[in-house]
Design a protein. Structure first.
Length: 193
């Protein structure tokens, strides 16, 4: 059985991470499933997802990801067919069309993980994916986590340290300052695309 990684004791830690990232907004937002939440509540839900995903990936073996490429191709063909047939799109809920696009993107990420996810590198892949998920959740909530290159500290390092007890064993080793700097640079570059 896969450990979901959810521990209710992580909620105050997520609240502290939100403070580190400068997330204090109580503005109401609508989540993907239609719920009305504050920015803080949505951030908490997003972070729980990021932590659960890290646990699921840690419990997984990367070898079954071989099917991701074939499945992505099929989902991509479906997405392409939907967009080419404009008449059909009028009869489908937008959320269903968006779900197909999200599926294609998720399968593409899995396929990338497979390429990088050789068993020896799987733990590193899990840590990197977690940090990217952290960046996404913080950005979506309007916050930012920084890293001081001179002393290797900053709100990013503090946030990861606070969350570490709630993460899989692969996080015992952590990520070095150079890796975190590179991850942030790549994340910023990809976010601009």
């Amino acid at each position: 059985m896969i450990d979901s990684g959810f521990d209710p004791a992580v909620i105050p830690v997520i609240t502290r991470v939100a403070e580190l990232a400068g997330i204090k907004d109580s503005t109401l937002v609508v989540s993907q499933d239609g719920q009305t939440l504050t920015v803080q509540e949505k951030f908490e839900l997003d972070m729980i997802d990021v932590i659960k995903t890290a646990h699921w990936r840690a419990d997984d073996d990367p070898s079954p990801l071989k099917k991701a490429k074939k499945t992505r191709k099929l989902a991509g063909q479906l997405e392409e067919a939907l967009h080419q047939d404009g008449d059909l799109l009028r009869y489908l809920p937008f959320s269903d069309v968006r779900a197909v696009s999200n599926l294609v993107n998720a399968l593409y990420k899995l396929e990338r993980d497979k390429k990088r996810g050789r068993p020896k590198k799987w733990a590193t892949t899990i840590r990197k994916r977690f940090v990217n998920g952290l960046f996404d959740a913080v950005h979506d909530a309007g916050g930012e986590l920084g890293l001081n290159r001179r002393n290797g500290r900053g709100s990013l390092v503090d946030a990861i340290e606070k969350l570490r007890p709630h993460l899989p064993n692969e996080f015992r080793r952590g990520l070095g300052e150079e890796t975190l700097v590179k991850l942030k640079q790549v994340w910023v570059k990809n976010r601009k695309k």
